[in-house]
Design a protein around this ligand. Structure first.
Ligand code: WT7
Length: 633
């Protein structure tokens, strides 16, 4: 049995045991799964490679653990509960038996097109059940899924398809989001026109049924392909360290990288963390509002819950449609027990007032979760009072695409909660704070750079196609440590508070973005010479995007220029990367070696320009005054 911690003493004991002897601890957790062949060695690792192997030579298939394993005990229990965008459209339910059959059919369909173990399949889909089904179908046959959030642009999609040389794209015709009707397949067509030569077939799921252009010989309807398939498909035997999926995420430099997760460790950790962080009881209805295009959706809509035999809800729509009470309406309708969302959503709904949540019966709720960015105290309190009615512990869960699962979080009802604190490490997670000189910061009431000194089972293994980049980014800052990129504070009782990124990564509405990526997009504008992008505090989004831009020819129509820049960013990345503010400047503050002083730009963007420190050593100190005076604050 997977350890489900029940009280504080047990947390302390389990944590101590997991640090004392990590291998025995994780081996005992792994025992509770179905393995085709047991592992020879629990862990083999070297952070310098990095070369990390969990459950060495173990053989398994994660879908046997998500599906087959539950058929006897809970075959008729709902596995996926789907709530549509339009509240008048009926809900859909898939029991474990039904989901198993659908996954097998889709797996056979993929096989019939020649997709097999190790092939990469790209997804560009809205939140429909077929997305989860097809993702699991890939895992069933050993194909590697690479899900791209369907808000990214054709250019961004094409980049990701090419980087992973995907064989196939699975998409929908259109996407329903609030009142919007978004042409998903059209974006795939545009991406295909950008030289995605590895793509053999595009599978199109009919979501809305609106008119569509199908390319002969390339495009296939999902229903034509899947409907007639057999509902039985033997799962492919995978090695623990075979790749399960690739998921792209932004870093401080260059283009997004494909974070690689493997089968065995990811399975054990997502199930363990799901069970403990959400204290899921059989029969509970669990709802994570994330999109499956992000790691939260992978680990805590699909894998963690299904591995645990849970009922997991998928929501197609947006929190504000038909009105800003939709989340609470759904919680009442389905008697949701665990609700997991992002601070940006809480802040947006908080702005709409307390009357909306007050209209609904939220008494089914037991645990509230938060993820993706720091949750400010005001939002935490609002969530606690208006949604949890003071009775639901809030789990502020800290983790990353690279960590695969939640690493820091209170355990609800077990450890205490404190606003703004992700609090305590989960068992097996050995946190350290480092200073900029590379020394460990010991003791409590201290701040530092957050690192982890021992592998946990779902740590990333590589970045797809570029192992050196993985080493450089995560394992080179400090010897024998995984570096998170976040700064953190440890309080007097050992709780952790995440302060935010210390690199050039910003977090806009819980979406992670590299400032360099946004700059590269802006620089595509003909009249832009150079740009610098920084984040600044934003009431709803957490961080907003502030762009300083140097132009070639004087801009006569500011508004027109702004629109052009936004259009280019939307085309290169997607609407989520659109700058909130664009300031035209004559120069950027640079050091004598030519490095942009982002610290200064960040301060100005944050209306905190009173104390910029010594700027006299800059190459061009005079621009600082100009930028300050023209700041859009
Ligand atoms: C970055 C990772 C993990 C799933 C969603 C985001 C920030 C994440 C928290 C939190 C403060 C948080 C960090 C982290 N972050 N959770 N509870 N409190 N900050 O995954 O896109 O890989 O982003 O999000 O800065 O490094 P991601």
């Amino acid at each position: 049995m997977l350890t489900r911690i029940k009280n504080l003493q047990e947390y302390k004991n389990v944590y101590a045991a997991s640090v004392d002897d990590p291998e025995s601890f994780w081996a005992s957790q792994a025992e509770s799964f179905t393995w085709r062949k047991k592992w020879d060695k629990t862990l083999d690792w070297d952070f310098n490679g990095p070369d990390i192997n969990w459950f060495v030579n173990g053989k398994l298939n994660i879908t046997e653990n998500c599906l087959d394993r539950h058929l006897e005990t809970r075959g008729d229990q709902v596995a996926i509960l789907w709530e549509p965008n339009d509240p008048n459209v009926p809900t859909k339910e898939y029991t474990y038996k039904e989901l198993h059959a659908e996954v097998c059919k889709a797996a056979n369909a993929l096989k019939s097109l020649g997709v097999g173990k190790g092939d990469r399949v790209c997804f560009y889909m809205p939140m429909v059940p077929e997305l989860a089904i097809a993702v699991l179908a890939c895992a069933r046959i050993g194909a590697i899924h690479s899900v791209v959030f369907a808000g990214f642009s054709a250019t961004a999609l094409a980049d990701r398809i090419k980087d992973a040389t995907c064989k196939m794209v699975i998409c929908s015709d259109f996407n329903n989001r609030g009142v919007k009707h978004i042409p998903v397949k059209k974006v795939v067509d545009d991406a295909m026109a950008m030289g995605c030569d590895s793509i053999e077939k595009v599978i199109v799921h009919k979501n809305t049924g609106d008119d569509l252009n199908m390319v002969e010989g390339r495009d296939i309807w999902w229903h034509d392909l899947v409907d007639g398939q057999s509902p039985v498909c033997e799962a492919e035997e995978m090695d623990s360290e075979d790749i399960l999926f690739i998921l792209y995420t932004s870093g401080s430099t260059g283009k997004p990288k494909g974070v690689v997760h493997t089968c065995g460790g990811y399975m054990v950790y997502t199930a363990f963390s799901f069970t403990n962080v959400f204290q899921y009881d059989p029969g509970d209805i669990y709802w994570c509002t994330a999109d499956i295009g992000w790691i939260t959706g992978h680990s805590y809509i699909i894998y963690g819950p299904l591995l645990s035999g849970a009922t997991t809800m998928m929501f197609e729509g947006v929190p504000t449609y038909p009105d800003a009470g939709r989340f609470w309406e759904i919680c009442e309708k389905h008697k949701v027990n665990q609700f997991y969302t992002a601070p940006t959503a809480i802040r947006a709904l908080m702005a709409k007032g307390e009357d909306l949540p007050a209209k609904y019966d939220l008494s089914s709720l037991k645990v509230l979760g938060s993820v993706g960015e720091p949750i400010n105290e005001e939002a935490w309190n609002w969530y606690n009072i208006n949604i949890g009615k003071g009775n639901c512990p809030i789990v502020d869960t800290w983790w990353q695409t690279e960590t695969g699962g939640i690493l820091i979080s209170p355990l609800p009802g077990i450890t205490d909660t404190k606003p703004c604190y992700a609090s305590y490490p989960l068992p097996g997670v050995q946190l350290v704070l480092m200073d900029s000189e590379g020394k460990e910061v010991e003791g409590n009431n201290k701040e530092g750079l957050l690192c982890i000194k021992f592998p946990w089972p779902s740590i990333l293994r590589t970045t797809y196609g570029d192992h050196e980049r993985c080493r450089q980014t995560y394992f080179s800052a400090y010897e024998n440590m995984y570096f998170t990129g976040d700064g953190a504070r440890r309080d007097e009782d050992g709780r952790y508070r995440i302060i935010g990124r210390v690199d050039d990564v910003i977090n806009v509405s819980g979406h992670r973005m590299g400032t360099a990526e946004v700059e590269n997009a802006i620089n595509e504008h003909d009249n832009v010479v150079e740009s610098a992008v920084v984040g600044y505090p934003h009431e709803i989004k957490g961080q907003g995007i502030y762009a300083y831009v140097i132009v070639n020819d004087a801009v006569t129509d500011d508004d027109e220029f702004r629109k052009e820049v936004l259009k280019i960013v939307t085309k290169e990345i997607g609407p989520i990367a659109k700058p909130d503010k664009i300031q035209i400047v004559s120069g950027l503050p640079k050091t004598r070696s030519g490095k942009i002083m982002r610290r200064i730009l960040r301060k100005i963007a944050s209306s905190d320009a009173s104390n910029l420190g010594d700027v006299s050593t800059l190459l061009n100190p005079e621009v600082v005054t100009e930028i300050k005076e023209g700041a859009l604050v």
